[in-house]
Structures are given as C-alpha cells and as structure tokens.
Design a protein around this ligand. Structure first.
Ligand SMILES: Nc1nc2c(ncn2[C@@H]2O[C@H](COP(=O)(O)OP(=O)(O)O)[C@@H](O)[C@H]2O)c(=O)[nH]1
Ligand SMILES: [Mg+2]
Length: 376
C-alpha cells in the first residue's frame, strides 16, 4: 500500500491532486487543516491517501494499520519514516464537518450533471461562467432558462454567439445612467463600503454634468469622520468651481438643500462603512428618511468577492437604493458578479467605473456591452 499526503487550498483541490497522481481508486484515510506557508497566512487542507495497487504486499486493514490502540493516526508520506500524529475526537469531528462540506459541494455539481440537456450542450459554458465568477446556483438557473429559450429557435436561424450575448444581456438589470431619474430627483447620494470609490465617482459625475452638460451642480459631503475625505472632495470642487457644503447635523443638511435650491443636480458624498456596521446604516436611513427626494446609488466594487457582494446588497438594501454603480472593473478579469448582482437583487446597474481618472473613467451601463464584457 502506498500512503501519501496531498495539500491543497481546500479539500476539493487536495482530492484533485491525489486523483491525478494515484487515480480514482485512491482512498482518503484522513484529512486535516494545516497552516498555509503563504505570507498572507490562512489554512490549507492536507489529506492522507492510500492506494494499494502499487505494492505487492496485501492491502492492510485500515483500522489496524491506521489507528493505533491509543487512537493515533499513522502517516507515511513519500516512503519516508512514519510519524505518529495525535488524532483526537475533535480532529475526527473536524473531519466529519469537512466531509459533509465536500459532499455538499459534490451534490451541487451533480445537480447540473443530472440535467442531461445541460450536460450535453452547456457544460463548457457552465464551467466558463463559474470561472468568470458567476455563482454556481446562478449559473445553473441561467443555463436552465437558456435550454428552454434555445429550443424556441430554429436551427437555421440560430447564431450561438449572438444568442448568448442577447441571453446574458437580458439577464442583466440596467438603467442607462441617472438621466431618467432627473425629472423625479435633484439630490443624488452615493453610499457603500469604505474605499469603494464614492468620492471619485461623485467627482466624475459632477464633472460630466457641470462641464459637459453645463448643469448647475452642487456638492454636499456627510463624510466628516476623516479630514482627508473632506479635503479630497474640496479639491475636486475647487478644480471644477463647484460649491461644496460640509454637513454635520440635520439642520445643516436642511440649510444646504435650501442654499442649493437653484442647482440642477446635487451630489451627496457619504462616509464609507462596512456592510456589517448596522448602526451606521440605520443612522443613514434615519438621516435620509426626512429627505424623501434623495435618490440613492449603492456602490459595489468589482474586486469584492461574491459573498461580500451579497452581504453588501442585503445590508445596504435597507436604504432602498435605486441603482447600483459597479466600480473598479479595470482591476478584475472576471465580471461574472454582474450576473450575480442581477440575480440577487432587482436593483439595476446604472454606471460602471473603470479607472481612477476623473472625469473619464465612467461608463453608462448597457446590456449588450456588459454581456460581452462578461464573456470576454
Ligand atoms: N482602479 C480603480 N480605482 C478606483 C476607481 N474608482 C475609485 N478608485 C480608487 O479607489 C480609491 C478609493 O476611492 P474613493 O473615491 O476615495 O472611495 P470612497 O472611500 O468610497 O469615497 C482611490 O484611490 C480611487 O482613486 C476605479 O474605477 N478603478
Ligand atoms: Mg470618500
């Protein structure tokens, strides 16, 4: 019997490595988490695998050979001398949790494989979407719809590429910029986590409306927690020759709105906070509640991982944002999150920002373009 250890970022990767080297019949005899050698820390998964076809000796009894009487597990890697590692009940519980997780992941994949039509026609596309950051459940749901819609087309007129772009485009919720809200609102507030690009995006939008469209634009900032944050917007306001009001209280807010009554558009910058800071989000909600005329855009960075994106949508959702501005798309290769966002919320994407340059690096959301970006 050959016993070998394999290390991966997670259980799945470790198993893949084992299968690659020892084939599908290799038997996992233990798993454990180990410290990652990466400078960023974290953990890796190590599995110990046995394969009996590589040796003439008869296959050992797993219980006898792997577990000693005092419940230790026997590791023999690369034919080096064996070592005895303590294997406690806690370790065993951890292993069971791991195995449950693994089974769960496998079942999720299987759901896809059990839909024959999907497996046959769209398996590659499924894998591609996953690689692009589309959530597995979202990808499966999309592809199920895709199968139905594809069947409506005749073979002669069917163009797979255009079909796919149209299909994905129709699954993305967008609104082109904020134009269509201008007859309803005058005050546009940007909210979202710290560092997502709120102030920079305000500068881009303010420039677009004041310089390009000649509109009268006023700026308000509620972000008075950090001096640097106020200074940042002051600099932009100075360059563009725009009035800026710095607000600490609700009275100051009322006065600023009165002062800006002749403005065509007012952009409001807010302090960034984690989506986990419920108190802050609640306070912001109370602040804006008295100002029903405020249009709210939620900023989400393309660099956030998909679980974070889901959290951000849920937590900031209580402020009832009407748009999402998807920032920093220049920093990622995978834009599958756009499909996740459209699946997890009804809020349309209005803009995407693609760089630090003010005012150039901002584009209005457009379905076909977004679909192409995702598929690139
Ligand atoms: N790469 C990239 N950086 C951006 C983008 N938008 C903003 N940033 C940068 O992200 C950082 C934080 O932006 P800021 O506007 O201060 O974020 P805020 O905390 O949400 O107001 C700054 O360094 C910006 O230049 C973008 O679209 N792409
Ligand atoms: Mg800011």
């Amino acid at each position: 019997m050959k016993i070998k250890r394999f290390v991966g970022r997670n259980m799945k990767e470790a198993i893949q490595k084992a299968k690659q080297e020892l084939g599908p019949d290799a038997l996992i005899i233990s798993t454990r988490k180990i410290k990652s050698p990466s400078v960023f820390g974290g953990t890796q998964t190590e599995i110990t695998v046995a394969q009996d076809s590589l040796t003439e000796s008869p296959p050992p009894n797993l219980e006898e050979n792997c577990l000693t009487k005092n419940n230790n597990i026997y590791h023999q890697a690369d034919n080096k001398p064996s070592e005895i590692t303590s294997y406690s009940t806690t370790d065993m519980k951890k292993d069971i949790i791991f195995i449950k997780q693994l089974l769960f992941e496998l079942i999720q994949e299987k759901e896809f494989l059990f839909i024959p039509q999907l497996k046959k026609d769209f398996f590659k596309l499924y894998l591609y979407l996953i690689e692009k950051g589309v959530d597995e459940a979202v990808a499966i749901k999309l592809l199920k719809t895709l199968v139905e819609e594809k069947s409506k087309f005749s073979k002669i007129t069917f163009n797979p590429e255009n079909f796919l772009i149209d299909f994905l485009g129709n699954n993305i919720k967008i609104t082109n910029g904020i134009e269509r809200y201008l007859n309803k609102y005058k005050i546009f507030a940007l909210i979202g986590p710290t560092g997502v690009g709120k102030t920079t995006t305000i500068a881009k939008l303010a420039a677009r409306y004041s310089i390009e469209s000649g509109a009268k634009v006023g700026l308000i900032t509620l972000d008075t927690y950090r001096i640097a944050a106020v200074e940042q917007l002051k600099i932009y306001a100075g360059i563009m020759g725009l009035d800026l009001e710095i607000i600490h209280t609700h009275d100051e807010w009322e006065n600023a709105i009165k002062k800006f009554c002749n403005m065509d558009i007012i952009f409001v910058d807010t302090a960034g906070h984690s989506q986990k800071n419920e108190e802050y989000i609640f306070n912001l909600k109370t602040f804006f509640r008295n100002s029903k005329s405020v249009h709210i855009s939620l900023l989400i960075s393309a660099t956030s991982d998909k679980n974070n994106i889901r959290d951000i949508i849920n937590s900031f959702g209580i402020l009832l944002p009407e748009n999402i501005i998807f920032t920093k798309i220049d920093e990622v290769c995978n834009l599958g999150s756009i499909l996740n966002i459209s699946h997890w919320s009804n809020i349309p994407i209005s803009y995407l920002t693609n760089g630090q340059n003010v005012p150039d690096d901002i584009i209005e959301a457009e379905k076909t373009e977004l679909a192409k970006m995702i598929l690139l």
